[in-house]
Design a protein around this ligand. Structure first.
Ligand code: C2E
Ligand code: CA
Ligand code: CA
Length: 671
C-alpha cells in the first residue's frame, strides 16, 4: 500500500517532510525578504548621507558667495572718502564714527551676516579701521575701537595681509566662533586693508542640524514606505503560494498544512474527521457549452455554497481541476445531506444561464483509513474514482478499492503487449430475425486470454484501458479481425466502438486503410455506438459517424434507452439500427416495461430503423417482441457468445437458421 501511495507525485511521504518543506520554503522566502530589507536599508542610508552632504556643500557654497558679495560691496557702502578720513591724520569724529558702525551693522544684518569689518596692519599689529556694532555693543564699548588693537586676530589674518590673497577661515576670538571671508585690498594713503564678514558658526551648525534632521526624516519615511512595499509583496507571494486565485479558497498545499495542524492539535472529536474530495462533473460541459467564463462562475458559485455549509472547525480548499477538498467533522449522513443540499438549486451563470450540476464525493475517514492528510486525500481520490466508475454520488474509501486499483494498474501494464502477443480473442454472438429465424448477423465481443488469469471478460479490462486512452488500438485490431471474418462468411458483423474512437479525428482514416488492406466490404460491418458515448461530444460524434457512414458501414445505437439522448439529436445521426438495452428486455414481464419497449419500437419504426432487442433469454419475450414489430433478437435464447471458429461451425450446423427447437442447444453454449 505504501508503495502504491508513492506513485502519486503530489503526495508527500508523511507529516514531517511537509513541515520541513514548508519551513524550507518559508526560510527561503525569509532570506529573500531579508536581503530586500538590507538592500533597501543600504540604498536609503546612501541616499540620506549623500543627500545631506550635497545639501551641506550647496549651503556652504551659497554662504561663500554671500560673504564674498557682501565683502566686495563694503568699500562702496563705507565710501572711499570716509575710509581716507579714518586712515588719515585729520581730526576724528567719534559720534559720526559710531553712527557709521551702526549703519554697517544694519547693512550686515540685512545681508544675513553677523558682522562686517575693515582691518589694517601697522607696526606688526592688526588694527580695527571699522567694525560693525549695534546700539547695545556701542553703549557697552564691546566693539573694535578706531585703530584699536585686534589682539585675538586669527593667525590666518596675518597670512592674508602677507600674501594678499583672499581666504575663507573658521576661527574664534573674543566675540565668538565664526566663519569669515578675509579680502585684502589696497586702501587710501598707501594702506593695506583686509575687508571681512563673519557668520556665526552657531548659526551654520543650527542650519546643518536642521538639514540633517530633514534628510533623516526623508530617509526614515523612504525606509518605512519601502518596508511596507516589501511586506505587501510578501503577503501577495504567500497568498499566491497558498490560495486559489479563482475562488480565494486555500489551495491544496494550504489544506494539507491546515489539516495536519488540526490533527496534530488533537481537536475533538477526531473520530468523526473525514477528508472528502468533491468533484463537479459538469464544469467541462459548461466550459464547452458557454465558455470558460461561465465555467469559472460555476466554480466560484459552488465554492461559495460549500463555504456556507461548513461547520465549526471544518475546512474547504480548491483542488487543481474541478474539485474541492473538505475536512468534515460530523456524522456521515448529516454531512452528505448537507452537501447534497448545496447543489439542489440551479446556478445562475453569466448570460443568465441557469444550470443544475452534479457532483461526486470520495471520502476517507481519520484514523481508520489513514493517519495523515496525504494518505486521506489519496484514499478519498481512490474512492472518488470508484464513485465515477459506479456512477454514484459518493463512495467511502474501502481498502478493497485500493486493491482493485492496484490490480487494474497491473492489468493495464499487461495489456501493453496483449495485442502483439495474440492474447485477444474474437467471440461472436448471433442475432436472429424474428420473422423467419434467419441468422444474418452477429456481434463481435472481445475476450482476453490472459496467460496467468485465464479468460477475462471485457467488462473487467475495457474500462481500465479506456480510462487510460488505449482503446483505439483494440478497436482497430478487432475491426481488422472482423473484416477478415466477414470475407469468410455471409454475415453482417457488428463491432462495438468506444467513445474514444468517436473522438479521435484520425479514426475514420485508419479504418479506411484497414478496408483497403483487408479488401473487406464495409456494408458487411455494422458499428455499434452506445447512446451515452454518442452524447458525450455530440458534434464530434456526428462528424465521425458521418465519415464512417460514407465509407459504407452501417451504424447502430447500442444500449438504447439508457443514455438520456435527445430524440432531435438522434434523428440527425446517420444510424440504421437501434439496439434496445437489455435492462428493458429482462423486465418485459412487467406491463409498464412492455409499454416502454413498444413505444421505443414504434419510434424506431417511424425513424425507419432496424430494431434489435438484446439480452433476450426466453421464448415468450421473443413472441412479445415479434408482436411489437421488433426485427431481430440477440441473447442467450439463441446462443451465448462463442469463439469465432466455434460460431462458424455452430452456424453451419443450423444452416443459418434459428428455430425454437434450437433453444436447448443455444442455452447450453457457453462463453
Ligand atoms: P454490449 O455491447 O451491450 O454487449 C452485449 C453484452 O451482453 C455482452 O457481454 C454479451 O455477452 C451479453 N449478453 C448477450 N446476450 C445476453 C443475455 O441473453 N443475457 C445476458 N445476461 N447477457 C447477454 P460482454 O461480451 O461481456 O460485453 C460487455 C460489454 O463490453 C459490451 O456490451 C460492450 O459494451 C463491451 N464490449 C465487448 N466487446 C467489445 C469490443 O470489442 N469493443 C468495445 N468497445 N466494447 C466491447
Ligand atoms: Ca454492443
Ligand atoms: Ca448493448
Amino acid at each position: 500500500m505504501a508503495e502504491a501511495l508513492e506513485h502519486r507525485s503530489w503526495l508527500l511521504p508523511d507529516d514531517a517532510p511537509v513541515r520541513r518543506h514548508r519551513l524550507r520554503a518559508l526560510s527561503r522566502l525569509g532570506k529573500v525578504s531579508l536581503s530586500f530589507v538590507l538592500i533597501h536599508l543600504l540604498v536609503t542610508l546612501l541616499f540620506t548621507v549623500s543627500g545631506y552632504r550635497f545639501k551641506a556643500a550647496a549651503d556652504d557654497a551659497l554662504l561663500g558667495t554671500r560673504l564674498s558679495a557682501i565683502v566686495q560691496a563694503l568699500p562702496v557702502v563705507i565710501g572711499d572718502d570716509y575710509l581716507g578720513e579714518l586712515l588719515g591724520d585729520g581730526p576724528f569724529d567719534e559720534p559720526r564714527y559710531q553712527a557709521m558702525l551702526q549703519r554697517l551693522d544694519g547693512y550686515a544684518k540685512k545681508a544675513g551676516v553677523d558682522s562686517i569689518y575693515v582691518l589694517t596692519q601697522r607696526g606688526g599689529h592688526t588694527l580695527f579701521v571699522m567694525d560693525s556694532a549695534n546700539t547695545a555693543e556701542i553703549a557697552s564699548g564691546r566693539y573694535g575701537q578706531h585703530l584699536g588693537h585686534y589682539d585675538s586676530a586669527p593667525p590666518e589674518l596675518n597670512e592674508v595681509f602677507a600674501q594678499r590673497r583672499s581666504r575663507f577661515v573658521e576661527y574664534s576670538d573674543q566675540f565668538g566662533d565664526f566663519r569669515s571671508l578675509f579680502l585684502p585690498i589696497r586702501g587710501p594713503h598707501g594702506s593695506q586693508l583686509v575687508l571681512g564678514a563673519d557668520v556665526s558658526l552657531e548659526a551654520i551648525k543650527a542650519e546643518r542640524r536642521a538639514c540633517l534632521l530633514l534628510f533623516l526624516g526623508i530617509g526614515l519615511t523612504t525606509f518605512v514606505l519601502g518596508l511596507l512595499v516589501i511586506a505587501s509583496r510578501e503577503l501577495r507571494i504567500s497568498e499566491l503560494a497558498f490560495e486559489d486565485p479563482l475562488t480565494g479558497l486555500p489551495n491544496r498545499t494550504r489544506f494539507i498544512m491546515d489539516v495536519n495542524r488540526a490533527i496534530a492539535a488533537g481537536h475533538r472529536p477526531l473520530s468523526g474527521l473525514t477528508v472528502a474530495i468533491f468533484d463537479i462533473c459538469d464544469v467541462k460541459r459548461i466550459n464547452a457549452l458557454y465558455g470558460y467564463g461561465d465555467g469559472n462562475l460555476l466554480l466560484q458559485g459552488v465554492a461559495r455554497r460549500l463555504a456556507a455549509v461548513l461547520g465549526e472547525g471544518e475546512l474547504l480548499a480548491r483542488l487543481p481541476s474541478d474539485g474541492f477538498a473538505l475536512l468534515l467533522r460530523c456524522d456521515q449522513d448529516i454531512c452528505l445531506a448537507r452537501l447534497a443540499r448545496t447543489l439542489d438549486k440551479p446556478f445562475r451563470l453569466g448570460g443568465q444561464h441557469a444550470v443544475m450540476v452534479k457532483a461526486r464525493l470520495g471520502l476517507a475517514r481519520y484514523p481508520i483509513h489513514g493517519r495523515s492528510v496525504q494518505d486521506l486525500l489519496c484514499y478519498a481520490e481512490v474512492a472518488l474514482d470508484a464513485a465515477s466508475h459506479q456512477a454514484v454520488s459518493h463512495v467511502f474509501y474501502d481498502p478493497e478499492l485500493e486493491q482493485r486499483r492496484l490490480q487494474s494498474m497491473a492489468l493495464l501494464d499487461d495489456f501493453d503487449q496483449a495485442i502483439e502477443a495474440g492474447e485477444l480473442r474474437v467471440f461472436l454472438q448471433p442475432k436472429a430475425r424474428l420473422s423467419d429465424g434467419h441468422i444474418g448477423a452477429a456481434e463481435a465481443l472481445v475476450r482476453w486470454e490472459h496467460p496467468r488469469l485465464g479468460l477475462i471478460a471485457p467488462g473487467v479490462f475495457l474500462p481500465i484501458i479506456e480510462d487510460n486512452g488505449r482503446i483505439c488500438a483494440l478497436s482497430l485490431w478487432l475491426l481488422r479481425e472482423c473484416m477478415q471474418l466477414s470475407r469468410a462468411c455471409d454475415l453482417r458483423i457488428s463491432v462495438n466502438l468506444s467513445v474514444q474512437d468517436l473522438e479521435s479525428p484520425t479514426f475514420p482514416t485508419q479504418v479506411q486503410a484497414l478496408l483497403a488492406q483487408t479488401g473487406a466490404d464495409a456494408a458487411q460491418l455494422c458499428l455499434e455506438i452506445t447512446e451515452s458515448s454518442a452524447m458525450r461530444n455530440p458534434e464530434q460524434a456526428l462528424v465521425t459517424l458521418t465519415q464512417l457512414r460514407q465509407l459504407g458501414f452501417s451504424l447502430a445505437i447500442d444500449d438504447f434507452g439508457t443514455g438520456y439522448s435527445s430524440l432531435a439529436y438522434l434523428s440527425r445521426l446517420p444510424v440504421d439500427e437501434l439496439k434496445i438495452d437489455r435492462s428493458f428486455i429482462t423486465q418485459l414481464h412487467q406491463p409498464e416495461q412492455q409499454e416502454i419497449v413498444r413505444a421505443i419500437i414504434q419510434l424506431g419504426l417511424i425513424m425507419n430503423l432496424r430494431l434489435v432487442a438484446e439480452g433476450v433469454e426466453d421464448r415468450q419475450v421473443c413472441t412479445l417482441l415479434a408482436s411489437f414489430g421488433c426485427h431481430e433478437v440477440q441473447g442467450y435464447v439463441i446462443a451465448r457468445p462463442m469463439p469465432a471458429q466455434v460460431f462458424l461451425t455452430w452456424l453451419a450446423v443450423r444452416a443459418g437458421h434459428w428455430t425454437p427447437d434450437a433453444l436447448a442447444d443455444g442455452a447450453r453454449s457457453t462463453a
